[in-house]
Ligand binder design. Structure first.
Ligand SMILES: *Cc1c(COP(=O)(O)O)cnc(C)c1O
Length: 414
């Protein structure tokens, strides 16, 4: 375990607003005035530090949020974007051109998979998908054209853990850039501290945490962020996925409670996972000792944040999964909805939603079965009550709990 405390640098990043405001003034401008045309020419030519030209390039609100995110991910700099997908797309398009290749984990978010598999080949960029924990396969797949190694720190939806230090040394040895999507584990894992070159997030999920906006970010070196925002050649500048400053301001405010939320998401997911396991059900959660990558995550994770809010349950077949999700919604456990990181538990079956872009054969090979339900466990104060509702839902759906005890679920928090 690490002693890095990502909430500390965010809390030490004090912002003094224009009028001494504790929350900085929100930039309500797309453009910025110059006192002289000479100064404008100079700024466009050299992009002078601290000068704002036009809000698609930079604006003060987005800069404050970016600085806080860089502090959280322990990178030199960051850039915010209008979605997680645009953060990923801009990152790989900045790194790759026609003829280049990407090596990607085969278990990634469906949208990223579709971008790599279906869209990038139109630009002459090829992606190969493999099990990145298989060192031999990885070594066999790398070619002189490979530029990027891409994976998620905790994968969507199978909760496989990437061995970031091992991937980072492989990337260094082969001159690749290691890009990590850390959407599932903000504050829990700090990939840059384990050698990742670029860390991307869908801020739509845990970082914002209120399911009211779509946003993303790219945390990286100063040099890479300068490349992304270059007026002549930057993917963020020229493809233009700018985050609206009103949204950036609200995400910055939510970021200040992220550590409290992550701890509660983790605590509740750990409780439900242990509860389901105690009933003999097919639960996957990295906080369970029998999870195949439990020890690996323990080695990388920061202290005190738990093992995250994501958990999966395999109930065998699609019809049972469908029935259970409807029943859980009736029992007010949460919502049948995609996305994650909300105060209420969200559940969906990835095979027919967020991973439907991945071909069936590849899903089966990766263990993404039709009876799999993905949970983003909420911030419930009384998780014992939720476990009772879950047990009731399982019984209502006729799901056998081989080891159901005679008493109710244990009361103490794990
Ligand atoms: C949701 C998600 C994305 C895409 O982010 P958007 O904000 O929806 O564009 C990328 N990666 C992961 C792991 C996600 O869960």
């Amino acid at each position: 375990m690490n002693d890095f405390r990502p909430a500390n640098p965010i809390q030490d990043f004090l912002v003094f607003g224009e009028f001494g405001d504790v929350n900085p003034c929100i930039t309500d401008s797309s453009t910025y005035t110059f006192l002289t045309p000479e100064k404008m020419r100079e700024v466009f030519a050299h992009e002078i530090e601290g000068c704002f030209l036009y809000s698609r390039h930079w604006n003060p609100t987005n800069r404050f949020l970016s600085q806080a995110l860089a502090a959280m991910e322990d990178t030199e700099a960051a850039q915010v974007t209008a979605s997680g997908m645009s953060a990923i797309a801009c990152t790989v398009l900045q790194m790759c051109g026609a003829g280049d290749e990407i090596l990607s984990s085969r278990t990634i978010y469906g949208g990223t998979y579709a971008l790599f598999k279906n869209f990038l080949p139109r630009l002459g960029i090829q992606a190969r998908f493999l099990d990145l924990s298989d060192g031999q396969a990885l070594a066999a797949a790398v070619t002189p054209k490979t530029r990027v190694l891409f994976t998620e720190s905790v994968s969507n939806p199978l909760l496989e853990i990437a061995d970031i230090p091992a991937l980072a040394s492989f990337a260094r040895a082969h001159g690749l850039k290691l890009v990590i999507d850390n959407t599932f584990t903000p504050m829990i894992v700090t990939p840059a501290r384990h050698g990742a070159d670029v860390v991307v997030h869908s801020m739509t999920k845990f970082i914002n945490g209120t399911s009211d906006t779509v946003a993303g970010c790219i945390c990286a070196s100063k040099d890479f962020v300068a490349k992304l925002t270059d007026v002549n050649s930057g993917a963020c500048m020229l493809l233009g996925p700018v985050l609206d400053s009103l949204r950036a301001a609200s995400i910055l405010k939510n970021l200040h409670s992220l550590h409290v939320r992550m701890r509660q998401h983790s605590r509740n997911a750990q409780f439900l996972a242990e509860f389901l396991r105690s009933r003999g059900l097919g639960v996957h959660y990295p906080g369970l000792a029998e999870h195949p990558h439990h020890a690996l995550l323990e080695k990388m994770m920061n202290a005190g944040m738990g093992y995250g809010g994501m958990m999966t349950l395999d109930v065998g077949d699609e019809a049972t999964a469908d029935r259970l999700m409807v029943t859980m919604q009736e029992e007010k456990i949460g919502y049948l909805a995609v996305s994650l990181g909300y105060f209420k538990t969200l559940f969906s079956s990835p095979g027919s939603s967020t991973s439907s872009e991945i071909p069936v054969e590849e899903r089966v090979a990766a263990g993404l079965t039709k009876g799999l339900i993905r949970f983003s466990v909420g911030l419930d104060e009384d998780i014992e009550r939720t476990a009772e509702r879950l047990a009731r839902s399982l019984r209502r759906c006729g799901i056998r709990m081989p080891e159901e005890p005679l008493t109710g679920p244990r009361r103490e928090a794990p």
